[in-house]
Ligand binder design. Structure first.
Ligand code: PMP
Length: 366
C-alpha cells in the first residue's frame, strides 16, 4: 500500500495533520459556531426554487465575477453598517471566508513573505498562511485576550509583515477590538491588514465594524461570511470589502468560475431573506450573555464575548471535561489556550443540555 510518505509531497507539508473539528453525530453539536436555527419551510421552498431556476442553465459556466451576488452583498453591508456606501466594485465573494483568506494569501503572501497574527486566534490563519508558502509570525494577545494598540504597533514595526491578521470578534476568545486598535495597526503596517469579521454581526452596538475604516485605508480588507450569523454554513459563501484595487489583485489568483451558479443563486436567495436568517441573532446574543453570567456564577473563568460562542475555563485536564460532555451528547470544542474550552451558543434547549452536562461532569458542583 502506498502511504503519504511514499509520495513526493512538498517538504514543508510533511508531518502536517489535516485541519478539522470532529464531525460527530450528537444530539447537541456546539462545536463549530454555526447558527442553530435551520431555514424555515418558506425559505427552504424559496431556496429550492432558486436552484430550479438555475438548474436548466448548468451546462453553462456561471457568472465568473458573481456581479449580482456582489451587489446584494454590498447592499447587505450598507444596511449592516450604515454610511459605508459600498458597491459591488468593492465587494468580492468566494467559497467561504476561508477561500477569501486563501486568495488574499496567494495575492499578497508567498515565499519570502510573512503574515503576522495575534494568538490565540483562528487556527486557520497560520495554516492558510503556511500552505501558501508564507512565513507565519505569532504575536501574543494580552492576558485578557485583547490587543494593546501600542504593543501591536511595536510588533508590526519589529517584523514588518506583508499581511497582518486582526480577528474581531476573535475566535476562540470572543474578544472584539476597538476601532482605535485597528486604526493604529493599519497606520503602522507596511502591507495589507485583514480584519476577519466572521462573527461581525454578533458584535455589540458600541463596537463599530472595521468597514467604517475602509475609506482612507486602501490596504485594509474586511472579511465576512454567511456561515455564522447568517445561518448558511452549508452554502459556503464568504466575502470581503476592500478597495477596488484589492479586487484587481485577487482576480489574478482566483480560479475561473470559482463560485458555482448554485452557490450564487442560493446565496442571493438567502440575502433576500436576511430578516429571517438574521432573526435569531438577538436571541443568540441574549443566550450568550446569560451563559456568561451563569458560568461566572458557577465559578468559571469566562472571556468576554461579542460572538456566538464563549471561551471558559480553567481546567487542569480539559480533555476530561470535553469527554464527559460528549458522553452526555454535548459536543463542544477543545481549542484555544490549553486550560480552556469553547462552547457555541445554540438554542435554549441546547444550552440547557450543556449546562446540565457541565454540572454533572463537574460532579454536581456547578
Ligand atoms: N474566520 C473565522 C474567525 C472563523 O472562525 C471561521 C470559521 N470557523 C472562518 C473565518 C471561516 O469560515 P467560512 O469559511 O465558513 O466562512
Amino acid at each position: 500500500m502506498t502511504s503519504l510518505d511514499d509520495l513526493p509531497l512538498r517538504d514543508d507539508l510533511r508531518g502536517r495533520e489535516p485541519y478539522g473539528a470532529p464531525q460527530l453525530d450528537v444530539p447537541y453539536a456546539l462545536n463549530t459556531n454555526e447558527n442553530p436555527y435551520p431555514p424555515s419551510e418558506r425559505l427552504v421552498k424559496a431556496l429550492g426554487e432558486a436552484v430550479m431556476d438555475v438548474a436548466g442553465t448548468l451546462n453553462r459556466y456561471p457568472d465568473r465575477d458573481a456581479v449580482a451576488l456582489r451587489e446584494d452583498l454590498a447592499a447587505f453591508l450598507n444596511a449592516d453598517t450604515p454610511g459605508v456606501g459600498l458597491t459591488a466594485a468593492r465587494v468580492w465573494a468566494a467559497n467561504g471566508s476561508n477561500e477569501i483568506l486563501q486568495q488574499i494569501l496567494l495575492a499578497f503572501g508567498g515565499p519570502g513573505r510573512t503574515a503576522l497574527g495575534f494568538e490565540p486566534s483562528y487556527s486557520m490563519h497560520p495554516i492558510i498562511t503556511e500552505v501558501s508558502g508564507t512565513r507565519w509570525i505569532a504575536a501574543r494577545r494580552d492576558e485578557d485576550f485583547g490587543i494593546d494598540p501600542a504593543r501591536a504597533v511595536a510588533a508590526v514595526a519589529e517584523h514588518r509583515p506583508d499581511i497582518v491578521f486582526l480577528t474581531s470578534p476573535n475566535n476562540p476568545t470572543g474578544t472584539a477590538l476597538p476601532l482605535e486598535t485597528i486604526e493604529a495597526v493599519a497606520g503602522a503596517a507596511p502591507g495589507m491588514v485583514v480584519v476577519d469579521e466572521a462573527y461581525g454581526e454578533f458584535r455589540r452596538a458600541e463596537t463599530p465594524s472595521a468597514l467604517t475604516l475602509l475609506d482612507g485605508h486602501p490596504r485594509l480588507i474586511v472579511t465576512r461570511t454567511m456561515s455564522k450569523a447568517f445561518a448558511m454554513a452549508g452554502t459556503r459563501l464568504g466575502y470581503l470589502a476592500a478597495d477596488p484595487a484589492v479586487l484587481d489583485a485577487l482576480l489574478l489568483v482566483r480560479l475561473p468560475y470559482h463560485l458555482s451558479a448554485v452557490t450564487q443563486a442560493v446565496a442571493r436567495t438567502a440575502l433576500a431573506h436576511r430578516e429571517e436568517l438574521l432573526g435569531g441573532v438577538n436571541a443568540l446574543r441574549r443566550e450568550r450573555d446569560g451563559l456568561v453570567a451563569w458560568l461566572r456564577g458557577a465559578g468559571f473563568e469566562v472571556a468576554d464575548s461579542d460572538a456566538n460562542f464563549v471561551l471558559f475555563g480553567t481546567f487542569p485536564d480539559r480533555r476530561r471535561v470535553w469527554e464527559n460532555l460528549l458522553e452526555r451528547g454535548v459536543l463542544i470544542r477543545e481549542v484555544g489556550p490549553p486550560e480552556w474550552l469553547r462552547v457555541t451558543i445554540g438554542t435554549p434547549e441546547e444550552m440547557a443540555a450543556f449546562r446540565t452536562g457541565l454540572r454533572q461532569s463537574r460532579g454536581g458542583t456547578a
